[in-house]
Design a protein around this ligand. Sequence first.
Ligand code: KIV
Ligand code: ZN
Length: 517
Amino acid sequence: MNMDRETVRIFDTTLRDGEQSPGASMNVEEKTVIARQLEKLGVDVIEAGFAVSSPGDFDSVARVAQTVSRPIVLSLARTRELDINQAIKSVEKATHPGIHIFIATSDLHLQRKLMMSRQEVLDAAAWAVGFAKKHVDYIEFSAEDASRSDWEYLVQVFAEVIKQGAVTINVPDTTGYAVPDEFGALFKYLTTNTPGGDRVCWSAHCHNDLGMAVANSLAAVRNGARQIECTVNGIGERAGNTSMEEVVMAIRTRHDFFHLRTNVVSEQIYPASRLLSQVTGLTVPANKPIVGANAFAHEAGIHQDGVLKDKLTYEIMRPESVGISSNKLVLGKHSGRHAFADRLKHLGIDLYEVDMNKAFDRFKRLADRKKHIYDDDLLAIVTEESVRAPDRFELLQLDVTSSSTTLPHAAVRLRIDGEERCGEGDGDGMVDACYKVISQITGVFPKLERYAVKAITGGTDALGEVSCLVSQDGVTATGQGAHTDVIQASALAFVNALNKLEARRTRYRRAEPDEGP
Ligand code: KIV
Ligand code: ZN
């Protein structure tokens, strides 16, 4: 991929490093939906998974490779023949395939984890890149734990893999240990001293353990990096990875300082953030820069006064520039199909990807219960539809009663494989009662790992969005449900999770998790 020196390539690893975030595991359908949004967002590279780690991961990479056409699609691989062969196979249908090979280079990792000498690691890296290059042209090489590695040794390793054909050299701060001045200096040293370094794209991959991932990535860019590896909402291993929305908007908002650009369509940032949060159930903190609920909210009187007089007094970015609409009050009960479709288009939703009959039907039912329908309500409706697994179970009716003197009681009617089934029972709370009855009727008794409820918009008639994470026999699935009644939303989320769990258990029965990065 040829890019000018003024463009910073955005490498999105939401589907690989992001998925290593506790509770963020996604199935093939979910990853495909996210990948489509990433393409719309304009990221340059998508790291779709670690193909050798499980058949599920292999399938996900292969599906993403066939789904998107503009970005490079990569699979991660260790310096092993099996890893590289699986990675090659997984991306073979991609329009722009690539392989991302990594091995650790710090003495700590060499001595305590790999039990290899520096020479052995150097040989393994060179062999792996040379081997992969025979099959795929686009090879990225990463020196895991680079920020704690000996600088001269890094130069030696990078020079060798460049000789073997690596076109992108990634320098990870795997443990989030670096500080900006030091990380910037490392890039200066590497880009100046590595033989062949002028022929490759230098890349920064940072973790956020000390809250410096974005600052470190920007320091790398100031010192020659032209690729940033990041994730939507900054999800990722431990404290997460560099947040895509923060680096992209920093580069854009401070163009006067960086004199750089990215290919990201910034208006797609908020839809991407919401979609990921809905799919994974990982909520975005209200004070998260760019995409948090308070990111553009002005509370103090003096600030409100200033903003009313001139937005620039307290706003360095316009909410519209990241896809947060200021015209939030949109539709109501009397809005027709045309207005509905029009609004979805305005929100950047591809109408060909939406089952319009279903989505419009859901909108009408919501409008019956809720006076004002906001953009976020519409996004919740369509994203919930788009990540819905083919349904074995369908919730037809739910009646729940609760009082201060009796146990909460739920009566549930479901359709299972086309047949109607009913059941009822008590629970410790209303959600507990309906989850127990749904489990009895379906015969699926997963462990509820996580349950989260969030009001999407304001007011007592706000649409409540419930996401839950369930697990059974080592297989996990998330479920989402949106409704003005949170108990109904909870039941919809649980049934959605059961459908996905059933689909995954059938599909991935062969799956064997492997040692990851
Ligand atoms: O953090 C890290 O070192 C990684 C590598 C595999 C690139 O994720
Ligand atoms: Zn990482």
